[in-house]
Design a protein around this ligand. Structure first.
Ligand code: HEM
Length: 538
């Protein structure tokens, strides 16, 4: 092939043909690589037994079907209905196996977690832009186990009980912010979530939205979203292309290096500040302090890895929590019946003179159900959770090839009308039979006993689950105790809230409008009083 191309640009051909050939050269090389590096039936006969699925286009597979993140949900449900609980798609050279029933998730991600807990190769997002350091993209292996253990020590159920007082204070500030400036609710939820994690990790709060620290953190989060959306970067769609010169693939390395420079710069600055404060004895008890005092050599971590490992916990915990809070506010705006029922329960259990506390939790079954319904209705990312399988496997007569991305298809599971009546409606009652926290149901032996799959599955399940659950409970309980949420009315006209998500990986709702009004002057007074009292803790 190379020979005939060289021939075609010889002086004996017309100039335009030479130009066309030059343009075709990269395309043909890429195509050649694709054919040689992509698994196909000719090279592996077992692929005839791949799960059924939609036929994709040559070369790109189902890339276009999944290009609009806001429509992945509809596709994921449509394909499940057509092809069954385990179906197959392809993007570029990567196989995708979608697990669309609790049983399939249990059988593979949980029961065979030794081989279903990895992540697909991401030369751009993980190897270059994250310097290989982001836990959430790390392939399964000794390095992932080390950082996972560190997260577990920080976030296990006993350790997280000590963060409740921080959640209490941050949440009281959130109620005060909503009282003073209800239109800013979207960013106040973000401030809450980022401040909580910063306090736990670096011992530092974020006082308000203009705080430079939150601006820095969100600049990293924007990069993270840019690098991680499936199908957006050719090189992560076709990882085998990484051996080609980068000019053929959109200059991907330079782009990823710039992101890495920016993100590592911020994380290193935070890490070095942390070290200085620890050395000066000028820091509140926090994860960062304990981590700095650990022997990094023993953990086989260099400075950059340690900096990423502290910083990335903020990215993992901040935007997920604020997106879940904002999604719940959206649901409450659209479904006022749910707010009304939760408020009746709160009035009965808590009364009018104080804010709800963590101690009220067991007496508020409807409110706990409402939080679960929020995560069923809008799970944390728009695609489903992706693991990668590290060995060839068979499931119910279907071949699952080594290296396939295995998707936890929470859209199909959460919107199965045989399990959840009218699944598109927000209806907390459906969870009254699941009174315990989500962590209790993770390892249930009966796969259908799980409440929802929004925290993932198997060995990669969200280690921040206890912190997240408490944040969701305390803030939603207090918001509904304090305020009436409804659609906004301007000049007599009702404004329908925007229901789409920001394009990209995470299910971050687009900014939307809603009305947040104190339920009475007495409720407002309680918020002011409680906020005033927290000033001594801040
Ligand atoms: C409502 C809030 C949250 C939701 C819905 C959520 C959900 C998830 C999901 C679905 C995963 C991937 C699971 C899988 O691969 O199967 C994950 C991973 C992770 N989450 Fe969360 N999360 C939340 C909050 C938090 C918080 C508050 C923290 C930490 C403070 C946290 C830390 C992490 C970490 C470190 C990982 C990576 C785990 C690994 O790859 O080993 N998350 N989370």
């Amino acid at each position: 092939m190379a020979f005939s191309l060289i021939g075609s640009i010889s002086p004996y051909v017309t100039p335009w043909r030479g130009v066309a050939a030059l343009c075709l050269l990269p395309l043909l090389i890429v195509l050649g690589f694709y054919i040689c590096s992509t698994p196909n039936i000719l090279r592996d006969l077992r692929r005839r037994k791949l799960p059924p699925g939609p036929t994709g286009l040559p070369f790109i597979g189902n890339l276009f079907d999944l290009a609009d993140s806001n429509h992945v949900k509809d596709k994921a449900i449509e394909w499940w209905q057509k092809y069954g609980d385990v179906f197959y798609t392809r993007i570029g050279g990567t196989d995708y196996i979608w697990l669309s029933s609790p049983k399939a998730v249990k059988d593979l991600m949980d029961k065979k977690s030794n081989i279903y807990s990895s992540r697909p190769p991401m030369p751009l997002a993980q190897d270059t832009a994250s310097a290989g350091c982001r836990q959430v993209f790390m392939p399964y292996g000794p390095r992932h186990r080390t950082v996972r253990k560190i997260s577990h020590d920080l976030l296990n159920i006993n350790a997280t009980a000590q963060y409740q007082p921080i959640q209490d204070v941050e949440s009281k500030q959130l109620m005060f912010e909503l009282l003073e400036d209800p239109n800013g609710f979207y960013d106040y939820n973000r401030r809450y979530s980022a401040s909580l994690i910063c306090r736990i990790i670096y011992g530092e709060r974020i006082q308000d939205w203009t705080d430079p620290l939150i601006q820095k953190i969100f600049s990293v989060l924007i990069n993270l979203s840019d690098i991680s959306s499936p199908g957006v970067h050719l090189i992560d769609t076709f990882p085998a292309l990484k051996i080609l010169p980068q000019w053929m693939c959109n200059d991907w390395k330079n782009y990823a290096r710039k992101i890495c420079e920016h993100d590592s710069g911020i994380y290193l600055e935070l890490w070095r500040d942390l070290n200085k404060k620890v050395a000066a004895g000028n820091i509140k008890p926090c994860f960062g302090k304990d981590f700095v005092e650990k022997d990094l050599e023993k953990l086989q971590m260099n400075e950059l890895e340690a900096a990423f490992h502290t910083g990335h916990l903020i990215e993992a915990g901040a935007e997920t929590t604020s997106a879940a809070l904002n999604s719940l506010l959206l649901a409450l705006t659209l479904y006022p019946e749910a707010s009304k029922k939760a408020q009746e329960e709160l009035d009965r259990v808590v009364g009018p003179n104080r804010l709800p506390t963590f101690e009220d939790q067991d007496k508020l079954p409807y409110l706990k159900a409402l939080v679960k319904e929020g995560l069923r209705w809008r799970p944390p990312n728009q695609y489903g959770m992706h693991h990668a399988v590290v060995e060839d496997d068979w499931y119910e007569g279907m071949f699952i090839p080594k290296g396939a991305v295995v998707m936890l298809n929470w859209w199909a599971i959460h919107f199965n009308p045989e399990v959840w009546e009218n699944p598109y409606d927000f209806h907390p009652e459906r969870y009254l039979g699941h009174p315990s926290p989500a962590a209790t149901y993770l390892n249930a032996s009966d796969p259908s006993a799980r409440d929802h799959f929004a925290y993932g599955a198997g060995r990669r399940v969200c280690p921040g689950i206890h912190v997240a659950e408490r944040s969701m409970f305390i803030n939603i309980a207090r918001i509904l105790w304090s305020f009436n949420i409804s659609k906004k009315v301007v000049d007599g006209k009702t404004i329908e809230p925007e229901t789409l998500c920001v394009p990209g990986w995470l299910s971050v709702p687009q900014k939307f409008e809603c009305s947040i009004i104190p339920r009475s002057e007495k409720h407002a007074e309680v918020i002011r009083r409680e906020h005033e009292l927290t000033k001594k803790d801040i």
